[in-house]
Write a protein that binds this ligand. Structure first.
Ligand code: TGC
Ligand code: FAD
Length: 392
Protein backbone atom coordinates (compact mmCIF):
# COMPACT_ATOMS: atom_id res chain seq x y z
CA UNK A 1 0.00 0.00 0.00
CA UNK A 2 1.14 3.58 -0.73
CA UNK A 3 2.61 5.59 2.20
CA UNK A 4 -0.07 7.37 4.23
CA UNK A 5 0.21 11.07 3.33
CA UNK A 6 -3.35 11.93 4.39
CA UNK A 7 -4.21 15.58 5.05
CA UNK A 8 -7.65 16.28 6.50
CA UNK A 9 -9.83 18.76 4.61
CA UNK A 10 -11.37 21.60 6.65
CA UNK A 11 -12.94 23.84 4.03
CA UNK A 12 -15.07 25.89 6.43
CA UNK A 13 -12.44 26.29 9.17
CA UNK A 14 -14.40 24.09 11.51
CA UNK A 15 -11.30 23.63 13.64
CA UNK A 16 -12.05 27.13 14.97
CA UNK A 17 -15.14 25.65 16.63
CA UNK A 18 -13.23 22.86 18.39
CA UNK A 19 -11.61 23.11 21.81
CA UNK A 20 -7.90 22.49 22.38
CA UNK A 21 -8.85 19.18 24.00
CA UNK A 22 -10.83 18.13 20.92
CA UNK A 23 -7.84 18.86 18.70
CA UNK A 24 -5.41 17.02 20.98
CA UNK A 25 -7.64 13.94 21.14
CA UNK A 26 -8.05 14.01 17.36
CA UNK A 27 -4.32 14.38 16.74
CA UNK A 28 -3.53 11.44 19.01
CA UNK A 29 -6.04 9.27 17.13
CA UNK A 30 -4.83 10.52 13.74
CA UNK A 31 -1.18 9.86 14.55
CA UNK A 32 -1.98 6.39 15.86
CA UNK A 33 -4.00 5.50 12.74
CA UNK A 34 -1.10 6.66 10.54
CA UNK A 35 1.43 4.69 12.54
CA UNK A 36 -0.41 1.49 13.47
CA UNK A 37 -3.43 1.06 11.20
CA UNK A 38 -2.93 2.25 7.62
CA UNK A 39 0.42 0.47 7.12
CA UNK A 40 -1.12 -2.94 7.87
CA UNK A 41 -4.85 -2.74 7.28
CA UNK A 42 -4.88 -3.63 3.59
CA UNK A 43 -3.01 -6.87 4.27
CA UNK A 44 -5.47 -7.82 7.01
CA UNK A 45 -8.46 -6.92 4.83
CA UNK A 46 -7.08 -9.03 1.98
CA UNK A 47 -6.68 -12.03 4.27
CA UNK A 48 -10.00 -11.32 6.02
CA UNK A 49 -8.55 -11.10 9.51
CA UNK A 50 -8.97 -8.64 12.36
CA UNK A 51 -5.59 -7.24 13.48
CA UNK A 52 -5.81 -8.03 17.19
CA UNK A 53 -2.48 -6.36 17.91
CA UNK A 54 -4.14 -2.92 17.54
CA UNK A 55 -6.49 -3.45 20.52
CA UNK A 56 -4.07 -1.95 23.05
CA UNK A 57 -3.55 1.09 20.78
CA UNK A 58 -7.31 1.59 20.51
CA UNK A 59 -7.51 1.56 24.30
CA UNK A 60 -4.61 4.03 24.58
CA UNK A 61 -6.21 6.64 22.31
CA UNK A 62 -9.41 6.43 24.39
CA UNK A 63 -11.47 4.64 21.73
CA UNK A 64 -12.96 2.20 24.25
CA UNK A 65 -15.46 4.29 26.18
CA UNK A 66 -14.47 7.84 25.19
CA UNK A 67 -17.41 9.34 27.10
CA UNK A 68 -17.55 6.77 29.92
CA UNK A 69 -16.52 8.42 33.24
CA UNK A 70 -12.87 8.07 34.23
CA UNK A 71 -13.85 6.33 37.48
CA UNK A 72 -14.88 3.34 35.34
CA UNK A 73 -11.73 3.49 33.20
CA UNK A 74 -13.29 5.54 30.39
CA UNK A 75 -11.73 8.69 28.92
CA UNK A 76 -14.42 11.02 30.36
CA UNK A 77 -14.55 13.05 27.15
CA UNK A 78 -17.49 14.85 25.57
CA UNK A 79 -19.53 13.70 22.59
CA UNK A 80 -17.61 15.76 20.04
CA UNK A 81 -14.33 14.18 21.14
CA UNK A 82 -16.01 10.78 20.82
CA UNK A 83 -17.10 11.67 17.29
CA UNK A 84 -13.64 12.90 16.31
CA UNK A 85 -12.05 9.65 17.52
CA UNK A 86 -14.54 7.63 15.44
CA UNK A 87 -13.81 9.86 12.43
CA UNK A 88 -10.07 9.28 12.67
CA UNK A 89 -10.38 5.53 13.16
CA UNK A 90 -12.75 5.13 10.21
CA UNK A 91 -10.36 7.20 8.11
CA UNK A 92 -8.20 4.11 8.54
CA UNK A 93 -10.89 1.46 8.21
CA UNK A 94 -14.61 1.11 8.97
CA UNK A 95 -14.01 -2.34 10.44
CA UNK A 96 -11.64 -1.00 13.07
CA UNK A 97 -14.15 1.72 13.91
CA UNK A 98 -16.81 -1.01 14.20
CA UNK A 99 -14.79 -2.73 16.90
CA UNK A 100 -14.50 0.54 18.81
CA UNK A 101 -18.19 1.43 18.28
CA UNK A 102 -19.40 -1.92 19.56
CA UNK A 103 -17.09 -1.87 22.56
CA UNK A 104 -18.01 1.70 23.55
CA UNK A 105 -21.61 2.29 22.58
CA UNK A 106 -23.07 -1.18 22.48
CA UNK A 107 -21.29 -2.92 25.36
CA UNK A 108 -19.89 -0.29 27.76
CA UNK A 109 -22.84 2.09 27.31
CA UNK A 110 -25.58 -0.42 28.34
CA UNK A 111 -23.50 -1.67 31.29
CA UNK A 112 -22.94 1.93 32.37
CA UNK A 113 -26.54 3.10 31.81
CA UNK A 114 -28.62 0.00 32.53
CA UNK A 115 -26.26 -1.98 34.80
CA UNK A 116 -25.84 -1.85 38.58
CA UNK A 117 -22.73 -0.61 40.36
CA UNK A 118 -21.29 -4.11 40.80
CA UNK A 119 -21.60 -4.75 37.04
CA UNK A 120 -20.00 -1.38 36.22
CA UNK A 121 -17.07 -2.09 38.54
CA UNK A 122 -16.65 -5.62 37.27
CA UNK A 123 -16.70 -5.01 33.53
CA UNK A 124 -16.12 -1.38 32.55
CA UNK A 125 -12.43 -0.96 33.50
CA UNK A 126 -11.53 -4.21 31.72
CA UNK A 127 -13.49 -3.17 28.63
CA UNK A 128 -11.85 0.27 28.64
CA UNK A 129 -8.36 -1.24 28.71
CA UNK A 130 -9.16 -3.83 26.05
CA UNK A 131 -8.50 -6.69 28.47
CA UNK A 132 -12.10 -7.73 27.79
CA UNK A 133 -13.65 -7.38 24.35
CA UNK A 134 -17.41 -7.21 23.99
CA UNK A 135 -20.11 -8.01 21.43
CA UNK A 136 -23.72 -6.84 21.13
CA UNK A 137 -26.37 -9.37 20.19
CA UNK A 138 -29.59 -7.87 18.89
CA UNK A 139 -30.01 -9.07 15.27
CA UNK A 140 -31.32 -12.59 14.65
CA UNK A 141 -31.55 -14.67 11.47
CA UNK A 142 -35.27 -13.80 11.10
CA UNK A 143 -35.27 -10.40 12.82
CA UNK A 144 -32.96 -7.70 11.46
CA UNK A 145 -34.76 -4.39 10.91
CA UNK A 146 -37.51 -5.63 13.22
CA UNK A 147 -35.64 -6.62 16.40
CA UNK A 148 -38.85 -6.42 18.45
CA UNK A 149 -39.82 -9.79 16.92
CA UNK A 150 -36.79 -11.57 18.42
CA UNK A 151 -37.22 -15.15 19.59
CA UNK A 152 -34.07 -15.53 21.74
CA UNK A 153 -35.46 -16.13 25.21
CA UNK A 154 -34.64 -16.91 28.82
CA UNK A 155 -36.50 -18.74 31.56
CA UNK A 156 -36.25 -18.15 35.27
CA UNK A 157 -34.94 -21.41 36.77
CA UNK A 158 -34.88 -20.17 40.36
CA UNK A 159 -31.15 -19.76 40.95
CA UNK A 160 -30.23 -18.86 37.31
CA UNK A 161 -31.67 -17.96 33.89
CA UNK A 162 -31.69 -20.49 31.04
CA UNK A 163 -30.91 -18.77 27.71
CA UNK A 164 -31.73 -20.19 24.27
CA UNK A 165 -31.61 -18.73 20.76
CA UNK A 166 -29.21 -17.33 18.17
CA UNK A 167 -27.91 -13.97 17.02
CA UNK A 168 -26.47 -13.35 13.55
CA UNK A 169 -24.13 -10.73 12.05
CA UNK A 170 -22.45 -9.90 15.32
CA UNK A 171 -19.29 -7.75 15.17
CA UNK A 172 -16.45 -8.97 17.43
CA UNK A 173 -18.38 -12.19 18.20
CA UNK A 174 -15.61 -14.66 17.31
CA UNK A 175 -13.18 -13.20 19.86
CA UNK A 176 -15.47 -11.54 22.41
CA UNK A 177 -14.97 -12.21 26.12
CA UNK A 178 -18.49 -11.04 26.96
CA UNK A 179 -21.66 -10.32 24.99
CA UNK A 180 -24.54 -8.04 25.88
CA UNK A 181 -27.44 -10.15 24.61
CA UNK A 182 -31.03 -9.03 24.18
CA UNK A 183 -33.61 -11.73 24.91
CA UNK A 184 -37.25 -12.07 25.96
CA UNK A 185 -38.38 -13.37 29.32
CA UNK A 186 -41.38 -15.64 29.76
CA UNK A 187 -43.73 -12.61 29.58
CA UNK A 188 -42.14 -11.51 26.27
CA UNK A 189 -40.35 -8.51 27.79
CA UNK A 190 -36.89 -7.74 26.33
CA UNK A 191 -33.94 -7.64 28.78
CA UNK A 192 -30.18 -7.35 28.41
CA UNK A 193 -28.04 -10.20 29.77
CA UNK A 194 -24.26 -10.29 30.08
CA UNK A 195 -23.08 -13.63 28.71
CA UNK A 196 -19.46 -14.65 29.29
CA UNK A 197 -17.39 -16.77 26.93
CA UNK A 198 -16.76 -19.55 29.44
CA UNK A 199 -20.49 -20.30 29.90
CA UNK A 200 -21.41 -23.79 28.75
CA UNK A 201 -23.67 -23.90 25.67
CA UNK A 202 -22.42 -20.54 24.34
CA UNK A 203 -20.60 -20.57 20.98
CA UNK A 204 -19.53 -17.89 18.48
CA UNK A 205 -18.89 -19.29 14.98
CA UNK A 206 -17.28 -16.86 12.54
CA UNK A 207 -19.05 -15.63 9.39
CA UNK A 208 -16.79 -16.13 6.37
CA UNK A 209 -16.66 -14.93 2.75
CA UNK A 210 -17.61 -11.28 3.37
CA UNK A 211 -16.64 -8.78 0.66
CA UNK A 212 -17.11 -5.94 3.14
CA UNK A 213 -15.56 -5.17 6.55
CA UNK A 214 -13.03 -7.89 5.83
CA UNK A 215 -10.69 -6.63 8.55
CA UNK A 216 -13.52 -6.88 11.10
CA UNK A 217 -14.46 -10.16 12.71
CA UNK A 218 -18.17 -10.99 12.37
CA UNK A 219 -19.99 -14.05 13.68
CA UNK A 220 -22.94 -15.64 15.38
CA UNK A 221 -23.86 -15.94 19.04
CA UNK A 222 -25.50 -19.29 19.72
CA UNK A 223 -27.11 -20.14 23.06
CA UNK A 224 -28.06 -23.71 23.83
CA UNK A 225 -29.38 -23.98 27.38
CA UNK A 226 -26.85 -21.45 28.64
CA UNK A 227 -27.04 -21.02 32.42
CA UNK A 228 -26.71 -17.27 33.02
CA UNK A 229 -26.26 -16.17 36.66
CA UNK A 230 -29.10 -13.94 37.82
CA UNK A 231 -26.62 -11.22 38.72
CA UNK A 232 -25.85 -10.87 34.95
CA UNK A 233 -29.17 -9.27 33.99
CA UNK A 234 -29.04 -5.50 33.37
CA UNK A 235 -31.53 -4.30 35.98
CA UNK A 236 -32.15 -0.64 35.16
CA UNK A 237 -33.95 -0.74 31.79
CA UNK A 238 -35.99 -3.27 29.83
CA UNK A 239 -38.11 -3.27 26.67
CA UNK A 240 -37.02 -2.60 23.07
CA UNK A 241 -36.15 0.96 24.06
CA UNK A 242 -33.11 -0.40 25.95
CA UNK A 243 -31.18 -1.73 22.93
CA UNK A 244 -32.49 1.13 20.79
CA UNK A 245 -30.99 3.59 23.28
CA UNK A 246 -27.57 1.98 22.70
CA UNK A 247 -28.09 2.29 18.96
CA UNK A 248 -28.57 6.05 19.33
CA UNK A 249 -25.05 6.30 20.68
CA UNK A 250 -23.49 4.00 18.09
CA UNK A 251 -25.33 5.61 15.16
CA UNK A 252 -24.07 9.01 16.31
CA UNK A 253 -20.49 7.69 16.23
CA UNK A 254 -21.05 6.32 12.73
CA UNK A 255 -22.25 9.73 11.51
CA UNK A 256 -18.75 10.99 12.37
CA UNK A 257 -16.94 7.84 11.32
CA UNK A 258 -18.30 7.96 7.78
CA UNK A 259 -16.79 11.43 7.38
CA UNK A 260 -13.38 9.88 8.03
CA UNK A 261 -13.80 7.34 5.23
CA UNK A 262 -15.03 10.09 2.90
CA UNK A 263 -12.10 12.37 3.76
CA UNK A 264 -9.63 9.62 3.01
CA UNK A 265 -11.22 8.92 -0.39
CA UNK A 266 -11.34 12.62 -1.27
CA UNK A 267 -7.76 13.28 -0.18
CA UNK A 268 -6.50 10.27 -2.14
CA UNK A 269 -8.44 11.22 -5.28
CA UNK A 270 -7.38 14.87 -5.14
CA UNK A 271 -3.72 13.94 -4.77
CA UNK A 272 -3.93 11.39 -7.56
CA UNK A 273 -5.78 13.74 -9.92
CA UNK A 274 -3.09 16.41 -9.50
CA UNK A 275 -0.32 13.90 -10.28
CA UNK A 276 -1.86 11.73 -12.99
CA UNK A 277 -1.11 13.08 -16.48
CA UNK A 278 -3.35 12.24 -19.45
CA UNK A 279 -3.56 14.13 -22.74
CA UNK A 280 -0.52 16.13 -21.61
CA UNK A 281 -1.94 17.60 -18.38
CA UNK A 282 -3.01 16.54 -14.87
CA UNK A 283 -6.48 15.01 -14.94
CA UNK A 284 -7.38 17.47 -12.12
CA UNK A 285 -7.36 20.12 -14.84
CA UNK A 286 -10.33 18.56 -16.65
CA UNK A 287 -13.75 19.95 -15.77
CA UNK A 288 -15.32 16.50 -15.33
CA UNK A 289 -12.81 15.57 -12.63
CA UNK A 290 -13.12 18.99 -10.97
CA UNK A 291 -16.89 18.52 -10.78
CA UNK A 292 -16.38 15.26 -8.90
CA UNK A 293 -13.79 16.76 -6.51
CA UNK A 294 -15.73 20.00 -5.93
CA UNK A 295 -18.91 18.08 -5.13
CA UNK A 296 -16.98 15.81 -2.76
CA UNK A 297 -15.57 18.64 -0.65
CA UNK A 298 -18.99 20.32 -0.62
CA UNK A 299 -20.68 17.16 0.68
CA UNK A 300 -17.93 16.48 3.22
CA UNK A 301 -18.27 20.03 4.55
CA UNK A 302 -22.05 19.70 4.89
CA UNK A 303 -21.61 16.36 6.69
CA UNK A 304 -19.04 17.88 9.05
CA UNK A 305 -21.47 20.66 9.96
CA UNK A 306 -24.28 18.16 10.55
CA UNK A 307 -22.09 16.01 12.81
CA UNK A 308 -20.70 18.94 14.75
CA UNK A 309 -24.13 20.42 15.46
CA UNK A 310 -25.42 16.98 16.44
CA UNK A 311 -22.45 16.68 18.79
CA UNK A 312 -23.39 19.96 20.44
CA UNK A 313 -26.97 18.72 20.87
CA UNK A 314 -25.68 15.40 22.27
CA UNK A 315 -23.50 17.28 24.76
CA UNK A 316 -26.64 19.09 25.94
CA UNK A 317 -28.66 15.82 26.01
CA UNK A 318 -30.96 17.33 23.40
CA UNK A 319 -30.30 15.12 20.35
CA UNK A 320 -33.36 13.11 19.32
CA UNK A 321 -33.31 9.62 17.80
CA UNK A 322 -34.66 11.10 14.56
CA UNK A 323 -31.89 13.72 14.41
CA UNK A 324 -29.31 10.96 14.90
CA UNK A 325 -30.95 8.87 12.16
CA UNK A 326 -30.79 11.76 9.73
CA UNK A 327 -27.06 12.26 10.33
CA UNK A 328 -26.21 8.54 10.14
CA UNK A 329 -28.17 8.13 6.93
CA UNK A 330 -26.91 11.28 5.25
CA UNK A 331 -23.27 10.89 6.17
CA UNK A 332 -22.96 7.22 5.26
CA UNK A 333 -24.64 7.78 1.89
CA UNK A 334 -22.36 10.76 1.34
CA UNK A 335 -19.29 8.64 2.07
CA UNK A 336 -20.45 5.79 -0.15
CA UNK A 337 -21.07 8.15 -3.10
CA UNK A 338 -17.69 9.80 -2.58
CA UNK A 339 -15.94 6.42 -2.46
CA UNK A 340 -17.58 5.44 -5.77
CA UNK A 341 -16.65 8.73 -7.46
CA UNK A 342 -13.12 8.73 -6.01
CA UNK A 343 -12.62 5.19 -7.28
CA UNK A 344 -13.39 6.39 -10.79
CA UNK A 345 -10.89 9.25 -10.56
CA UNK A 346 -8.16 6.68 -9.98
CA UNK A 347 -9.17 4.71 -13.06
CA UNK A 348 -7.85 1.14 -12.99
CA UNK A 349 -5.58 1.90 -10.03
CA UNK A 350 -8.72 2.55 -8.00
CA UNK A 351 -9.60 -1.13 -7.84
CA UNK A 352 -6.26 -2.17 -6.36
CA UNK A 353 -5.17 -2.48 -2.76
CA UNK A 354 -2.42 0.07 -3.46
CA UNK A 355 -5.02 2.67 -2.50
CA UNK A 356 -7.62 2.61 0.29
CA UNK A 357 -10.65 3.67 -1.78
CA UNK A 358 -12.04 0.31 -2.91
CA UNK A 359 -11.71 -1.05 0.63
CA UNK A 360 -13.61 1.97 2.01
CA UNK A 361 -16.27 1.53 -0.67
CA UNK A 362 -16.83 -2.14 0.15
CA UNK A 363 -16.79 -1.43 3.90
CA UNK A 364 -19.40 1.29 3.53
CA UNK A 365 -21.84 -1.23 2.02
CA UNK A 366 -22.03 -2.73 5.52
CA UNK A 367 -22.10 0.64 7.25
CA UNK A 368 -25.11 1.70 5.15
CA UNK A 369 -26.87 -1.51 6.29
CA UNK A 370 -25.97 -2.01 9.94
CA UNK A 371 -27.18 0.11 12.85
CA UNK A 372 -30.44 0.52 10.90
CA UNK A 373 -30.55 0.33 7.11
CA UNK A 374 -30.69 3.38 4.86
CA UNK A 375 -34.43 2.72 4.40
CA UNK A 376 -35.12 2.36 8.13
CA UNK A 377 -33.50 5.73 8.87
CA UNK A 378 -35.56 7.38 6.15
CA UNK A 379 -38.70 5.89 7.70
CA UNK A 380 -37.64 7.20 11.13
CA UNK A 381 -37.43 10.70 9.62
CA UNK A 382 -40.74 10.12 7.82
CA UNK A 383 -42.46 9.12 11.05
CA UNK A 384 -40.94 12.08 12.89
CA UNK A 385 -42.13 14.70 10.41
CA UNK A 386 -45.54 13.23 9.55
CA UNK A 387 -46.51 11.42 12.73
CA UNK A 388 -47.48 8.45 10.54
CA UNK A 389 -45.75 5.08 10.99
CA UNK A 390 -44.78 3.53 7.61
CA UNK A 391 -42.81 0.61 9.11
CA UNK A 392 -45.75 -1.69 9.62
P1 TGC B 1 -41.11 1.22 18.49
O1 TGC B 1 -42.51 0.82 18.76
O2 TGC B 1 -40.83 2.44 17.66
O3 TGC B 1 -40.29 1.38 19.83
C1 TGC B 1 -40.33 0.39 20.85
C2 TGC B 1 -40.02 1.05 22.17
O4 TGC B 1 -38.70 1.63 22.12
C3 TGC B 1 -38.77 3.06 22.34
N1 TGC B 1 -37.76 3.66 21.48
C4 TGC B 1 -36.60 4.11 21.93
N2 TGC B 1 -36.11 4.21 23.17
C5 TGC B 1 -34.87 4.71 23.32
N3 TGC B 1 -34.12 5.12 22.28
C6 TGC B 1 -34.59 5.03 21.01
N4 TGC B 1 -33.83 5.39 19.98
C7 TGC B 1 -35.89 4.51 20.79
N5 TGC B 1 -36.65 4.28 19.70
C8 TGC B 1 -37.80 3.76 20.14
C9 TGC B 1 -40.19 3.42 21.98
O5 TGC B 1 -40.60 4.59 22.62
C10 TGC B 1 -40.94 2.21 22.49
O6 TGC B 1 -41.03 2.29 23.89
P2 TGC B 1 -42.28 1.70 24.69
O7 TGC B 1 -42.01 2.06 26.11
O8 TGC B 1 -43.49 2.37 24.08
O9 TGC B 1 -42.28 0.22 24.43
O10 TGC B 1 -40.36 -0.05 17.85
P3 TGC B 1 -40.60 -0.77 16.47
O11 TGC B 1 -40.69 -2.24 16.77
O12 TGC B 1 -41.73 -0.15 15.69
O13 TGC B 1 -39.22 -0.52 15.70
C11 TGC B 1 -38.83 0.74 15.31
C12 TGC B 1 -37.55 0.67 14.46
C13 TGC B 1 -37.83 -0.05 13.14
C14 TGC B 1 -37.14 2.09 14.18
C15 TGC B 1 -36.45 -0.07 15.23
O14 TGC B 1 -36.78 -1.39 15.44
C16 TGC B 1 -35.11 -0.01 14.52
O15 TGC B 1 -34.37 0.93 14.72
N6 TGC B 1 -34.75 -1.05 13.70
C17 TGC B 1 -33.41 -1.15 13.13
C18 TGC B 1 -32.64 -2.21 13.86
C19 TGC B 1 -31.20 -1.87 14.01
O16 TGC B 1 -30.76 -0.74 13.84
N7 TGC B 1 -30.41 -2.87 14.36
C20 TGC B 1 -29.03 -2.65 14.64
C21 TGC B 1 -28.42 -3.86 15.27
S1 TGC B 1 -26.86 -3.54 16.04
C22 TGC B 1 -25.82 -3.28 14.78
O17 TGC B 1 -26.14 -3.22 13.64
C23 TGC B 1 -24.41 -3.10 15.17
S2 TGC B 1 -23.32 -2.86 13.86
C24 TGC B 1 -22.00 -2.60 14.85
C25 TGC B 1 -20.82 -2.10 14.18
O18 TGC B 1 -20.05 -2.99 13.75
O19 TGC B 1 -20.60 -0.85 14.20
P1 FAD C 1 -33.64 -6.92 6.70
O1 FAD C 1 -34.21 -6.33 7.92
O2 FAD C 1 -34.11 -8.25 6.25
O3 FAD C 1 -33.84 -5.87 5.51
C1 FAD C 1 -33.72 -6.24 4.13
C2 FAD C 1 -34.18 -5.05 3.29
O4 FAD C 1 -35.57 -4.76 3.59
C3 FAD C 1 -33.40 -3.78 3.61
O5 FAD C 1 -33.17 -3.07 2.42
C4 FAD C 1 -34.35 -2.99 4.51
O6 FAD C 1 -34.14 -1.58 4.44
C5 FAD C 1 -35.69 -3.39 3.94
N1 FAD C 1 -36.78 -3.26 4.94
C6 FAD C 1 -36.89 -3.91 6.13
N2 FAD C 1 -38.00 -3.48 6.77
C7 FAD C 1 -38.56 -2.53 6.00
C8 FAD C 1 -39.71 -1.69 6.12
N3 FAD C 1 -40.49 -1.73 7.22
N4 FAD C 1 -39.99 -0.84 5.13
C9 FAD C 1 -39.20 -0.76 4.02
N5 FAD C 1 -38.11 -1.52 3.84
C10 FAD C 1 -37.78 -2.39 4.82
N6 FAD C 1 -26.33 -6.64 14.49
C11 FAD C 1 -26.13 -6.75 15.84
O7 FAD C 1 -27.07 -6.95 16.60
N7 FAD C 1 -24.87 -6.61 16.37
C12 FAD C 1 -23.78 -6.40 15.60
O8 FAD C 1 -22.67 -6.28 16.11
C13 FAD C 1 -23.95 -6.31 14.18
N8 FAD C 1 -22.87 -6.17 13.36
C14 FAD C 1 -23.05 -6.25 12.01
C15 FAD C 1 -21.93 -6.30 11.17
C16 FAD C 1 -22.08 -6.44 9.80
C17 FAD C 1 -20.89 -6.55 8.92
C18 FAD C 1 -23.39 -6.47 9.24
C19 FAD C 1 -23.59 -6.59 7.75
C20 FAD C 1 -24.50 -6.42 10.05
C21 FAD C 1 -24.34 -6.34 11.45
N9 FAD C 1 -25.45 -6.37 12.30
C22 FAD C 1 -25.28 -6.44 13.66
C23 FAD C 1 -26.79 -6.58 11.76
C24 FAD C 1 -27.42 -5.35 11.13
O9 FAD C 1 -27.85 -4.46 12.11
C25 FAD C 1 -28.57 -5.83 10.23
O10 FAD C 1 -27.99 -6.43 9.09
C26 FAD C 1 -29.50 -4.70 9.85
O11 FAD C 1 -30.19 -4.19 10.96
C27 FAD C 1 -30.51 -5.12 8.76
O12 FAD C 1 -31.10 -6.33 9.08
P2 FAD C 1 -31.15 -7.51 7.98
O13 FAD C 1 -29.79 -7.69 7.46
O14 FAD C 1 -31.83 -8.67 8.58
O15 FAD C 1 -32.03 -6.92 6.79
Amino acid sequence: MKPDVFEAPDYYNLDDLLSEEHKLVREAARDWVKRDVTPIIETYAQKAEFPKQILSGLAEIGAFGPYIPEKYGGAGLDQIAYGLIMQEIERGDSGVRSTASVQSSLVMYPIWKYGNEAQRQKYLPKLASGEFMGAFGLTEPDHGSNPGGMTTNFKDMGDHFLLNGAKLWISNAPFCDIAVVWAKNEEGRIHGLIVERYMEGFSTPETHNKWSLRASSTGELIFQDVKVPKENILPNKSGLGAPLGCLDSARYGIAWGAIGAAMDCYDTALRYAKERIQFGKPIAGFQLQQKKLAEMITEITKAQLLALRLGQLKNENKASTAQISMAKRNNVEMALKIAREARQILGGMGITGEYSIMRHMMNLESVVTYEGTHDIHLLITGLDITGLNAFK
